[in-house]
Design a protein around this ligand. Structure first.
Ligand code: GDP
Length: 288
């Protein structure tokens, strides 16, 4: 299923989320820890408004631990509570209910002061496709409560899911869109697999990624592919293509006539990146 993100669609997605905001106490903004900026929706502040929000850097298991710490600090510096999690294994997930209650402590205390029994916080999870919303819902619920898989735009009857007595989750997460018009963002989203490979030429995605990897993770590249002296600065796509060619040669990605098959080499690199075989990698650092 492909989704065209035209403006009307974005307006509808925004309205759907805003309708759901009326039902809930807190928003979990799920982002990809490898791309904490590019995997966010640029209008998120406007969409969520003053509703309490917990930012969850998911797939933290694939991201650089040092970068995770930097990004958490960056979000907190803007007054946003943030946690690094791995929704697949559940690492960090058990901290979520406690952090949520801390975020809502004023409201909870007001309810207690009025003699009311505080009810379980009601939660809406929002995030771009493939960021791990369904995986997190399942993990929090402790059973297969939501269907995992990339199904943007699919809606079903809305239900509340009890999560360990601590939270109540809306079963249909809010689907946000990334900032498509920025090509750099597009390359990064394609590199992590957040947008489909067909959208951008895979060799170009690989070359853009290589420029970042050479600068920040040159050692990991050399080690994985047995390459020596990768310059930390690949000044242009041609320089990156030369490294991709080397990777292709080392991995036997050959086209006819002894030429390197760049598409295959790009596939090798991106698969290794996405699966963590290149190590834990973050593709952008906070702008301070
Ligand atoms: P959704 O479209 O936002 O609902 O995303 P899904 O929950 O379907 O997850 C997309 C893919 O990311 C699936 O293959 C998940 O197994 C994977 N995934 C989700 N969370 C994590 C995580 O924390 N770490 C890793 N390594 N993979 C994850």
């Amino acid at each position: 299923m492909t989704i065209q993100w035209f403006p009307g669609h974005m307006t509808r997605a925004k309205r759907q989320i805003q309708d759901k905001l009326k039902l809930i106490d807190v928003v979990f903004e799920l982002i990809d820890a490898r791309l904490p900026q590019s995997s966010r929706n640029p209008m998120i502040d406007e969409i969520v408004g003053p509703k309490p929000r917990l930012v969850l850097l998911n797939k933290a298991d694939l991201a650089d631990p040092e970068a995770n710490a930097k990004w958490l600090g960056w979000f907190r510096s803007f007054g946003l509570e943030a946690l690094a999690i791995d929704a697949n294994s559940g690492s960090g997930v058990k901290e979520i209910p406690g952090r949520t209650k801390a975020l809502l402590s004023d409201k909870i205390e007001r309810q207690i002061a009025k003699g009311m029994k505080p009810r379980a916080p009601r939660v809406l999870i929002v995030g771009i496709p493939n960021v791990g919303k369904s995986t997190l819902i399942n993990k929090l619920a402790g059973r297969s409560a939501a269907i995992t898989g990339d199904r943007p735009g699919v809606t079903k009857g809305q239900q509340w899911i009890r999560a360990g007595g601590d939270l109540e989750l809306l079963d249909t997460p809010g689907i946000l869109w990334p900032k498509f018009e920025d090509l750099e963002v597009g390359f990064k989203l394609a590199a992590t697999g957040a947008i489909k490979e067909q959208v951008l030429p895979i060799e170009e995605v690989a070359c853009h990624t290589l420029r970042w990897l050479a600068a920040e993770y040159g050692g990991a590249l050399s080690e994985r592919y047995g390459l020596s002296d990768i310059p930390p600065s690949l000044p242009d796509v041609a320089a990156a293509a030369a490294v991709l060619e080397e990777i292709g040669r080392k991995r036997g990605c050959l086209a006819g006539g002894g030429h390197i098959d760049y598409e295959k080499a790009a596939g090798v690199l991106l698969r290794d990146l996405r699966s963590g075989k290149l190590g834990r990698i973050t593709l952008e650092s906070p702008i301070v």
